[in-house]
Design a protein around this ligand. Structure first.
Ligand code: ZN
Length: 508
């Protein structure tokens, strides 16, 4: 390794250390920090983010990248060194456009707005949160302006998360999904009696649920020697490095899905992080390809695996042993159906696979309108409720179950919502490829053999970290660009069968 490359890696290692330390602070805030710690925590977090940003955007880093450009020119695209220079350059050029003070202000604004949002949600009082949201929208507009865009402010934010993707492309993806989903929702609605999920509400001991969920994710391949599970208001994953990738979940006595599927979802993120090649550690390459690709793994494990019939063939006997009371008279097939009940609902995180993307679509549209100043913050609840009525056919009874339900606009995660829909689409496309190479995948799952799937994902996706953009990932792994077709085929088949619906596509 040349002296210059070593120098660059030393700086990037320090930046990574600082960012991970900031991330430990967030983990602590979400799990164990007392409420009184907030003001100090906002300072601490903001300070670390500012130091990391200014260290990373120093002229010295730019100079080293310039010098090293020639050194890696002949190397293969996917080599560690060529990838490191290419991806670091992309991150660097983008980060240089953001003034350090703006980065610090955003970190502070996000930390301070969160508890206000929590209180506002609890009291269903949008007016309390509105001034903070107003400030956050102004800040995120400054980010979009600083980053620059050709057509729409949202482009700048999307590109930051999903390099190469545009707002127009997202609109096209959503249009295709909507065309498939809307008729399916009404077909399923006409056969709503086909699925009864009352078993999920029969009362499951919370401690037993937590223990069981950890056993399940360990069986799937989440390595607890390099991780742990705690409780937080919203399930999350925190990756501090190859040896420490933590997940959180939540638990409800009267709704079984929250804990287990929260855990499986986060273990999908966790297994991705745990599968990144060790020698990329402490560089910008140690991470997931993008939030969308990251979400493809949480949703692949949660839904395509965890909500499959084969999965419950394997796990149901042990679940029934653990919860004999609530599961009396239930079999694996009945339970499989219950966890897949589809019905338009108000809360995104509780939405079924069919309607989920409609929740994202309406957030995507509202974010664009806020950013382009077509919609005022004060008019947001009304606009939200109108879209819920239009897409899901529901009346929103209060803002707690409406516009105040998500954390994202309080913690500055604007333009992050499309990652969930991208995750659904990418996950289905990847699993279609897995099935073409592992024809008996369901047989493996039904026998509790998850290694074949995990190994495939590690080999083809996880180990590469951030070397490739989402578009490059799809081309390399599946041999074609991102397409909604595998997901549409999957939901039509699965829910057509579950609900006894003969749609033209599923029935023919
Ligand atoms: Zn997730």
């Amino acid at each position: 390794m040349s002296e210059k490359l070593q120098k660059l890696k030393d700086i990037l290692g320090e930046v990574s250390d600082i960012n991970r330390a900031a991330s430990v602070l967030v983990w602590d805030q979400e799990t164990y920090m007392p409420p009184g710690g907030l003001a100090n925590r906002a300072d601490q977090y903001s300070t670390l983010r500012r130091i990391a940003h200014s260290r990373f955007t120093a002229d010295e880093v730019g100079g080293l990248l310039d010098d090293l450009d020639g050194e890696v020119r002949g190397l293969p695209f996917e080599s560690d060194h060529a990838s490191l220079i290419r991806v670091t350059r992309r991150d660097y050029d983008r980060a240089r456009k953001l003034p350090t003070e703006l980065v610090a202000e955003i970190a502070r604004a996000g930390t301070m707005a969160q508890p206000v949002w929590r209180k506002a949600r609890q009291d269903s009082d949008f007016k309390l949160f509105a001034p903070y949201l107003q400030k956050n929208v102004e800040l995120i507009r400054r980010v979009a302006d600083a980053l620059g865009y050709r057509k729409r402010p949202y482009d700048a934010l999307v590109d930051r998360y999903e390099p190469g993707l545009t707002t127009d492309q997202l609109e096209a993806i959503f249009a295709e999904l909507k065309k498939a989903i809307v008729p399916l929702v009404s077909d399923v609605g006409r056969h709503a009696d086909a699925v009864d999920d009352s078993v999920l509400h029969r009362g499951f001991d919370p401690d037993a649920q937590l223990a069981y969920s950890l056993e399940v994710v360990t069986k799937l391949g989440y390595d607890v020697k390099r991780g742990r599970q705690d409780i937080s208001a919203h399930p999350m994953t925190f990756a501090f490095g190859p040896g420490d990738v933590r997940i959180t979940t939540r638990v409800s006595r009267n709704f079984f899905n929250e804990c287990l599927f929260g855990s499986i979802h986060e273990s999908g993120h966790g297994m991705y992080s745990q599968g990144i090649e060790q020698n990329l550690d402490r560089t910008p390459l140690w991470g997931e390809a993008s939030p969308g690709v990251d979400e493809s793994q949480s949703r692949l494990w949660e839904n395509l695996v965890g909500r499959s019939a084969a999965f419950w063939q394997y796990f149901f006997p042990s679940l029934r042993d653990r919860f004999p009371g609530p599961l009396k008279g239930v079999d694996d097939e009945g339970f499989f159906k219950a966890v897949n009940r589809a019905q338009p609902s108000l809360i995104r995180v509780e939405a079924d696979e069919v309607t989920y993307n409609l929740h994202i679509l309406l957030r995507f549209e509202l974010e664009n309108e806020l950013l382009e100043a077509q919609l005022k913050v004060e008019d947001l609840p009304e606009a939200w409720n109108a879209l819920v009525k239009s897409y899901l056919g529901l009346d929103v009874p209060n803002d707690r179950e409406g516009v105040l339900q998500d954390i994202h606009w309080s913690d500055m995660s604007f333009a992050n919502f499309p990652a969930y829909t991208l995750g659904n689409v990418i996950g289905a496309q990847l699993l279609e490829k897995v099935r073409s190479e592992v024809p008996d995948l369901d047989g493996h799952i039904a026998r509790g053999e998850f290694g074949v799937l995990l190994d495939w994902l590690r080999l083809n996706l996880y180990r590469h970290g951030r070397k490739f953009t989402p578009g490059e990932v799809m081309e390399r792994v599946t041999g074609r660009p991102l397409t909604t077709e595998p997901w549409v085929t999957y939901v039509r088949q699965k829910f057509g069968t579950l609900y006894g619906v003969r749609t033209a596509e599923a029935g023919s």
